[in-house]
Design a protein around this ligand. Structure first.
Ligand code: BG6
Length: 476
């Protein structure tokens, strides 16, 4: 039976700020990731005002890929990678974000990196903005609350599209643009949009304004990208976290429906080029007079995406509350535990079938090819006495998810372009800043205190994934 397409893009994913290190080398400016300290499962990362002496900022060195890229890419090639998803650190190209001219030394790093990938026939898959907004754009402009950000982002996108037009075909504009629906958590608005909410501000309202500017910036960039190279495939990138009703009580069903609308309307705008009716109504009812101009609506219409990239880690479950008769989903008050699903040490449910569900959900509504650009298990790994890392729990997790993805392809007929699990190699966790919440196929010797030799050790999952790729997903 035909399963994954013959040109299926097998690979792995990372983001620049989580693995490159070299945070201030070759002219790079600080990004939002550079002012976030290390946290843990129970202690949030601190977002400091500027970089403060004596604090542990794990992204500054990360795994120092910047100086290890040749040997690291060689390891990915050994695994058989067909593609490698990474991002371009915006502040390497525009150190402050608002300069008229890019930093040549930053551009040259990605010349070298993409050439190294292509040497092994590894196709780079590139995200433009992955939680690494230049910090200066936060302090001077207030991040994406400011319309001027559209101009800065489009300039950055244009420079990247032109410079790498021959090396990169698959692009994504904003990583997990819908993550900021979790706006109660200061991490989400800060990493997605470079916004620190003041005490007299309404975080939800700010989120809708920032998201609108990002969607417009994305659409303009997509439009320009298609002109720069008509062969480009430019996608959006959503965090797919299906929201299930707790049970069959109609109130719960309706709340789950409204919750999905509230988390995924971004996709409607990216794909259709206009706001869905429920979102227009929501903004009106809440008196969120979002700055949306006629020119914005025109731009949205003329910059729709070619495919939907999405991450999938977990599902969530929602329960109706009579204090919320409008079914206004709120992650703090609507989410409840799913009695059927186990969870990781960090509280993320493990639900392989949710990947198939999410793929169907996107496919039913948008009829575009899908690309699973993140999926993985954050876990503690130990080096055994034989010097190896036996991560059978990670293999099981990935196998179960791939079995479901295969069903989505074979039984549901969904066009899936590729699969890039998180993460190609151990990197700094975005949410907690930990090294010890590991996702990679390759162990990196470094701990949460920043200590270690940075030595790379292929884990058991490395050899398992090598076989998966070699068999085009038949040998799971
Ligand atoms: C996604 C992000 O939210 O999940 C990644 O795109 C992130 O940047 C990944 O690393 C896993 O989350 P975490 O918090 O465990 O690193």
């Amino acid at each position: 039976m035909q399963s994954f397409r013959s040109d299926f893009l097998w690979g792995g994913a990372v983001a620049a700020h989580q693995f490159e290190g070299a945070w201030n080398e070759a002219g790079k400016g600080p990004s939002v990731a550079d002012v976030m300290t290390v946290g843990s499962a129970s202690r949030p990362r601190e977002i400091t005002t500027g970089i403060q002496a004596g604090k542990n900022y794990p992204n500054h060195q990360a795994i120092d890929f910047y100086h290890h890229y040749q040997t690291d890419i060689k390891l990915l090639a050994e695994m058989g990678f067909k593609c490698f998803r990474t991002s371009i650190a915006w502040s390497r190209i525009f150190p402050q974000g608002d300069e008229p001219v890019p930093n040549e030394a930053g551009l040259e790093f990605y010349d070298r990196l993409f050439a190294e990938c292509l040497k092994y026939q590894i196709e780079p898959i590139v995200t433009l903005s992955h939680f690494e907004i230049p910090y200066h754009l936060v302090t001077k402009y207030g991040g994406w609350r400011n319309r001027k950000m559209i101009e800065f982002f489009v300039r950055f996108a244009d420079v990247c599209f032109k410079r790498y037009r021959k090396q990169v075909k698959y692009w994504m504009t904003f990583n997990e643009i819908n993550n900021q629906t979790g706006f109660h958590d200061e991490f989400c608005l800060f990493t997605n949009s470079g916004i620190k909410v003041k005490s007299n501000e309404n975080a939800e309202k700010l989120m809708y304004q920032a998201a609108h500017y990002e969607l417009v910036a994305s659409a303009i960039a997509v439009n320009h990208g298609h002109q720069i190279n008509p062969a480009f495939k430019i996608g959006c990138m959503l965090a797919m976290v299906p929201l299930y009703p707790l049970n069959s009580q109609p109130h719960n069903i309706m709340l789950a429906e409204k919750a999905m609308q509230k988390r995924y309307w971004f996709t409607d705008v990216h794909v259709n080029g206009y706001y869905p009716t429920f979102m227009e109504a929501f903004l009106q009812q809440h008196h969120y007079r979002t700055d949306i101009t006629a020119a914005d609506r025109y731009n949205l219409k003329h910059g729709t995406v070619d495919y939907i990239g999405f991450s999938y880690y977990m599902s969530k479950t929602v329960k109706y509350d009579e204090n919320n008769p409008a079914y206004d989903y709120d992650d703090y008050s609507s989410d409840v535990q799913n009695p059927f699903l186990p969870a990781s040490e960090w509280g993320w449910t493990v639900d392989p079938e949710g990947l198939r569900y999410g793929a169907n959900w996107f496919n039913d509504r948008y009829h575009l090819p899908l690309f699973v650009v993140e999926n993985g298990l954050g876990a503690r790994d130990e080096i055994s006495s034989d010097g190896k890392v036996h991560d059978d729990y990670r293999i099981n997790y990935l196998r179960e998810h791939l079995l479901q993805l295969k069903k989505a392809v074979v039984e549901d007929g969904i066009d899936v372009l590729g699969y890039t699990p998180w993460s190609a190699i151990d990197i700094v966790s975005a949410g907690t800043g930990q090294m010890e919440k590991r996702y990679g196929f390759i162990y990196v010797d470094k701990d949460d205190q920043g200590k270690g030799t940075l030595k790379r050790i292929p884990k058991d999952s490395f050899y398992w994934y090598q076989k998966v790729i070699a068999s085009n997903g038949e040998q799971l």
